[in-house]
Design a binder for this molecule. Structure first.
Ligand code: ATP
Length: 278
């Protein structure tokens, strides 16, 4: 993927160009995940309001919007992380692999192997680097060569060269940026199809954040990446599609990232992007 600077952009950043990579045009890619008339409530409070959207496979889709508009809630619905929140109620469908993930026969643990997650704060286990990455493999009873898969995952997370001589050291001894890449390696080791990222760089310094951004770009060659970010420049730099949520959990506009940042349909989106509110 390469970047171009657009004179028309509403924000002073680079909007990624899709045109000169060798992937199928966005409109011709399959759908990895689809929400259909999704409503989410915490008790009586509605956090997601009738959201319908199709997320393309092997692309980066950014979810942006002001604080409290439901971005994390939406993300967590995709792999049923909201199941852990007692007062949370989900209505409507989230389709993955042609099936609504909320059907009774879906095993959420198996679902989360296919749809991995990386959180805002790096959260390695207090275990060795190797064991952090091998964790999901052991749970799933992986029958292949675990060490080989650990190496592949660390390479895919752009961490291998930095840690290959210290695989038995604690993951907690790494820097924040390295810990986040370790968490990405842990998420991709079980070979998911989708990786959900909830503000994965907001706790990192700019250099570490930039490494993760580069990594996300590479990951999208193999995985569908769905990322919540507060950072509009980041969304513009790394995503192919952008969904703008506004207060009340409404999906106001969802389109190619260049369109959202250069010529959005909705005045409210333009106002948000140019900092007039939110
Ligand atoms: N566990 C919870 N229990 C009750 N209400 C919640 C819970 N999590 C989120 N909410 C409420 O749901 C709404 C959406 O929250 P959510 O965290 O999804 O928004 P967000 O856009 O990700 O916000 P931020 O950008 O600040 O992280 C908010 O009103 C929030 O207070």
């Amino acid at each position: 993927m390469s970047n171009t600077t657009s004179d028309d952009s509403l924000i002073t950043t680079e909007v990624q160009a899709d045109s000169n990579d060798d992937r199928a045009p966005l409109g011709e890619t399959g759908t990895a995940v689809a929400a259909r008339n999704l409503d989410v409530y915490y008790g009586d409070e509605q956090a997601i309001d009738d959201v319908t959207m199709e997320i393309p496979e092997k692309r980066v889709t950014a979810l942006i919007g002001p604080s409290g508009c439901g971005k994390s809630t939406f993300l967590r619905c995709i792999n049923r992380m909201n199941d852990m929140i007692e007062i949370c109620r989900v209505e409507g469908d989230v389709e993955f692999g042609g099936k609504n993930v909320y059907e009774d026969d879906v095993d959420p643990v198996a679902l989360r192997r296919k749809i991995g997650m990386v959180f805002q704060k790096p959260n390695p286990f207090p275990k060795s680097i190797r064991d952090n990455v091998a964790y999901g493999l052991k749970i799933q009873g992986y029958e292949g060569d675990v060490d080989e898969r650990v190496e592949e995952s660390l390479k895919a997370a752009a961490l291998w060269d930095e840690v290959k001589d210290q695989l038995d050291s604690s993951g907690l001894e790494l820097s924040g940026g390295q810990q986040q890449r370790l968490c990405i390696a842990r998420a991709i080791a079980p070979d998911p199809e989708v990786v959900l990222m909830d503000e994965p760089t907001s706790a990192l310094d700019p250099v570490a954040a930039s490494k993760i951004e580069d990594l996300i770009d590479d990951l999208a060659e193999e995985y569908t990446v769905i990322i919540v970010t507060h950072n509009m420049q980041q969304a513009a730099r790394i995503s192919d599609r952008t969904a703008v949520f506004l207060t009340g959990g409404e999906l106001v506009e969802y389109d190619d990232t260049a369109k959202i940042f250069e010529d959005p349909e909705e005045q409210r989106v333009e106002d948000y992007i140019t900092g007039k509110f939110g």
